[in-house]
Design a protein around this ligand. Structure first.
Ligand code: NAD
Ligand code: MG
Length: 386
């Protein structure tokens, strides 16, 4: 029997790496849903190659281009958010949730209800709605397999271990392009400079989040939810080579680490073939070639996102506020409105808004609560002046 699979965010960096993994063995799968927001040309190309049953484009202006281009195929096309969320309710064996940002949260939640396996790249779903997502997975018997490389590493190291033997985890971080820059130089960092990641090729937004280390802050919260850890049990270490993807520290003094070349096909293939490790045509590490692996404490004064995330780590319900403010800060930096280091000030100020904190005490319970807090946070974050 062929496995039924969905890929949400097909045209993005993770979506394209996912298709590369499938290229090696596509006859074993039935492709059900592909989706994209704006990149209609890539979506058309991918639909012609993989022939999914459904294709959704977010931007409705591009709908007719998609429809016309696929008119001689059996692909059923749709546009917009409502159709996208409906498509996430299709019963399948495996869904890749790889839409970037809060836009992917609802899709992740629906996939958690209707897919047997949720391969989760959209870390924002855990940051903004972690409790809800995990409870949906539990009540639907859905296996959540993280695709974020650090969390995949921890997931792999925990296989066959007793959860109660775990002491803490260490998330590795490359340190991004500004690792050795002075604070003064980082203040005037340009968009172009923030986009030069030393090791990984990723989407624009996560690449800038890696330069500010907001990405690592999100990953810390992601790990707390996934592995049921306290804030103090998640450590971050700078490892510029990005070879060790993260480590698990056990009570007997043993540390297990997962190592591989920095290529997202690794965690994607693992989530697809779990619990097996099938051939996905990736090289193993040539240690003699690498020579040495380095580790440093992160500089939280230069990368203050690692400092301010503690507030969220102590109250996970603030995750949705943190993420919304971070997304607005990123938009404002990309548009040239604010400087690189203003992003962290903006998030800190949004987190301090008393109206939001009061709202949070109500506790986000369901999708509409989470949407309401996200929207309010965005309104506040947009108004903060510099
Ligand atoms: P990307 O920007 O390359 O791609 C994003 C995808 O989401 C595209 O297909 C785009 O069309 C779609 N999309 C964007 N906005 C949308 C909207 N409003 N509605 C519907 N679809 C929309 O991003 P990426 O780098 O592939 O990252 C995807 C997710 O995976 C993010 O949550 C990111 O944090 C996570 N992630 C990425 C990497 C990586 O190596 N790229 C690693 C770990 C985790
Ligand atoms: Mg990561």
């Amino acid at each position: 029997m062929k496995k039924k699979v969905n890929i949400f965010g097909t045209t993005g960096s993770i979506g394209q790496s996912t298709l590369q993994v499938f290229r090696g063995n596509r006859d074993a799968y039935d492709f059900i849903v592909f989706s994209a927001h704006d990149n209609v040309d890539q979506l058309i190309y991918d639909c012609k190659e993989f022939k999914p049953q459904y294709a959704n484009i977010g931007n409705e202006k591009l709908f007719f281009k998609l429809k016309n281009a696929l008119s001689d195929t059996d692909v059923i096309v749709s546009h917009g958010r409502d159709s996208l969320v409906d498509l996430a309710c299709t019963k399948v064996d495996w869904s890749m949730s790889a839409i970037v940002g809060f836009a992917g949260v609802e899709v992740s939640l629906r996939c958690a209800e209707h897919s047997k396996i949720l391969a989760l790249a959209n870390k924002e779903a855990l940051v903004c709605a972690g409790k809800l997502l995990l409870s949906i997975c539990k009540s639907n018997n859905t296996k959540l397999i993280p695709v974020d490389s650090e969390h995949s590493a921890i997931f792999q190291c925990l296989e066959g271990e007793r959860r109660k033997d775990l002491k803490s985890i260490t998330l590795t971080a490359s340190g991004g392009p500004f690792r050795n820059w002075s604070l003064q130089r980082i203040q005037s960092a340009t968009l172009e400079e923030a986009l030069k990641h030393p090791n990984w090729s990723m989407g624009t937004r996560i690449t800038i989040d890696s330069a500010s280390m907001f990405n690592k802050s999100l990953e810390l919260i992601e790990a707390m939810h996934l592995f049921e850890l306290d804030f103090s049990d998640v450590k971050i270490i700078i490892h510029p080579q990005s070879i060790i993807h993260s480590m698990v520290n056990f009570k007997d003094g043993t540390t297990l680490a997962q190592l591989s070349l920095p290529d997202m096909r690794g965690p994607i293939g693992y989530s697809l073939n779990y619990p097996k490790r099938l051939n996905i045509d990736m090289d193993n590490i040539d240690f003699a070639k690498i020579g040495s692996l380095e580790f440093y404490e992160p500089d939280k004064k230069k990368f203050r996102s690692l400092e301010i995330v503690e507030k969220v780590g102590r109250n996970l319900d603030l995750g949705v506020v943190f993420n919304a403010a971070k997304e607005i800060a990123l938009d404002r930096f990309i548009s040239g409105e604010i400087a690189f280091l203003d992003m962290v000030d903006l998030v800190e100020k949004t987190l301090a808004e008393s109206s939001l904190v009061n709202k949070i005490t109500k506790k986000p319970q369901n999708v509409s609560d989470i949407f309401e807090i996200d929207e309010l946070s965005r309104e506040i974050a947009k108004k903060i002046k510099f």
